[in-house]
Design a protein around this ligand. Structure first.
Ligand SMILES: *Cc1c(COP(=O)(O)O)cnc(C)c1O
Length: 384
C-alpha cells in the first residue's frame, strides 16, 4: 500500500513563544523570587503605558480580574450586572460569584458585541455595572455606552480578547471604570494563565491591589524591601490569592514587547482572508472596525443557514478531516445548561446570540501560520 500523503495540521491557535521568553525565565528561576515581585511590577508598568491607563494590576487570569473589579465596585446581593448573551461564560459567572444577578442583553450580529439598542431596555434602578465585551478583539464603543447610562452605573470592560486593540485611537481598557485582560494561550499574547486589570480610578486600584493578595495592605515585595521585613502586614479586607507569578511576569514583559508586531501580522492576514473568502457566498467574513484597530484575537466567520450547502457542524467536521482545527465563535451563555435552567431562559429570547452560537466558526489565524497554511485553509473552504 502506498504511504498516505503527509497530513497538514493547522491548530486553531498557537502561542507566539520562543527563545526570548525562555531566556527571560532565567532571572526569576535563578534568583528564587518566583511569586509576585519585580517582574510582575515591570509587566504592570509596561502594560499601563502601552494601554495609556493609570493603573495595571496583574492577576492570575482575566476571570479573577473581572471578579476583583466587580467586588471593588461594590457589586453584591440585589445588584444587577448587564452582560452580553454571546461571550465566554466567565463574563456571567463572575457576577454570580459576587452574589449579584447577571442580566443578559442581545448582541449585534455584525460586530458580535452587545447591542446598544437592546442595552438601554435592560437598565433598571438595580443596574450597578455594565460589562461590554470586546469580542474577538474588536472594541465595543465605550463612549457611546457611557452616554446611554445613568451616571451611577459603572462600566467594566471585558477586554480579555483586546490586548493592544483600540477605537478612535483610544486603547481598550482605558475608558471604562475598570477593565480586565486575558493572557490565556488562545489570546494574542500569553503568560500561560494570567490576566491584568486596569483602571484610572485610584480607589478601585487600591482595593483590587489588596484583594488580589489576601487583603494585605502591603505586598510581600514591599515588605521584603521595607524597613521592618519581619512585621506582618495588616489586612483590611477578606481577600483572595489572585496573584500572578514572577515567572509569568517575566514572560509577559517579552510578549508585550512583541504585541504590536503580532497584531500587525494578524491584521494583514485578516485582510487577506477577507479578499480571498469574499467569493464564497455562504460565508460572511467579520467586519473590521472602520475607526479602530482590532487585535484579531480570533477570525470568526458566519455561515448563512439558507445559503450553506451543509450545516455549520458538518463544515467543521470536514475541515477537521483535512487537518484544519476550528471552533464555534463562542457560547450563547443563556443557552448553556446552568443558565438556561437557573433563569428559565428560552433560546429565542436572545435571537442574535442564539444565531451566532449556531452559525459562527473561528478559523485558524495566529502568529505561527505560513502563507501556505493560509492558502490551504482558503482552498479547503472553497472546496466545500
Ligand atoms: C478568554 C476570555 C475570558 C477568560 O479569560 P481567562 O484569562 O481564561 O480567565 C473572559 N472573557 C472573554 C470574552 C474571553 O474571551
Amino acid at each position: 500500500m502506498a504511504p498516505l500523503p503527509p497530513k497538514r495540521i493547522i491548530p486553531i491557535s498557537q502561542p507566539a513563544l520562543g527563545e526570548e521568553e525562555w531566556q527571560a525565565l532565567r532571572e526569576p528561576v535563578l534568583s528564587g523570587w518566583v511569586t509576585q515581585g519585580p517582574k510582575v511590577a515591570e509587566f504592570e508598568r509596561q502594560f499601563s503605558k502601552h494601554h495609556r491607563v493609570k493603573h495595571a494590576i496583574a492577576v492570575s487570569s482575566c476571570t479573577t480580574g473581572l471578579h476583583l473589579a466587580l467586588l471593588a465596585m461594590g457589586v453584591g446581593q440585589g445588584d444587577e450586572v448587564i452582560v452580553p448573551a454571546f461571550t465566554w461564560i466567565a463574563t456571567a459567572n463572575v457576577v454570580l460569584h459576587c452574589g449579584a444577578t447577571p442580566v443578559f442583553v442581545d448582541i449585534d450580529r455584525l460586530t458580535y458585541n452587545l447591542s446598544l439598542a437592546e442595552l438601554v431596555q435592560k437598565v433598571t434602578a438595580r443596574t450597578k455595572v455594565v460589562v461590554p465585551v470586546h469580542l474577538f478583539g474588536r472594541c465595543s464603543d465605550i463612549a457611546a455606552i457611557r452616554a446611554l447610562l445613568p451616571a451611577d452605573v459603572k462600566i467594566l470592560e471585558d477586554a480579555a480578547c483586546a490586548v493592544g486593540a483600540s477605537l478612535r485611537g483610544i486603547p481598550a481598557g482605558s475608558q471604562g471604570d475598570a477593565a480586565a485582560f486575558s493572557f490565556h494561550p488562545r489570546k494574542v499574547i500569553t503568560t500561560g494563565e494570567g490576566g491584568m486589570v486596569t483602571t484610572n480610578n485610584d480607589e478601585l486600584a487600591e482595593i483590587m491591589n489588596q484583594l488580589r493578595n489576601h487583603g494585605a495592605t502591603v505586598s510581600e515585595e514591599q515588605r521584603h524591601i521595607g524597613p521592618k521585613p519581619y512585621i506582618l502586614p495588616d489586612f483590611n479586607l477578606p481577600g483572595y490569592n489572585y496573584r500572578m507569578t514572577d515567572l509569568q511576569g517575566a514572560i509577559g514583559v517579552v510578549q508585550l514587547s512583541k504585541l504590536e508586531a503580532l497584531i500587525k501580522e494578524r491584521s494583514k492576514w485578516a485582510n487577506w482572508y477577507k479578499q480571498r473568502l469574499s467569493c464564497i457566498e455562504w460565508l460572511r467574513c467579520p467586519e473590521e472596525s472602520i475607526d479602530g484597530n482590532d487585535s484579531w484575537q480570533a477570525y470568526v466567520v458566519y455561515v448563512y443557514p439558507d445559503k450553506s450547502p451543509m450545516t455549520r457542524n458538518d463544515i467543521m467536521e470536514i475541515l477537521l478531516g483535512k487537518g484544519i482545527a476550528t471552533r464555534p465563535g463562542t457560547h450563547a451563555v443563556h443557552m448553556t445548561n446552568f443558565y438556561r435552567r437557573k433563569f428559565n431562559i428560552r433560546p429565542e429570547q436572545f435571537p442574535n446570540a442564539m444565531d451566532c452560537d449556531g452559525q459562527t466558526i473561528a478559523i485558524p489565524l495566529h502568529n505561527n501560520m505560513s502563507a501556505q497554511d493560509y492558502e490551504y485553509v482558503v482552498e479547503q473552504l472553497k472546496s466545500i
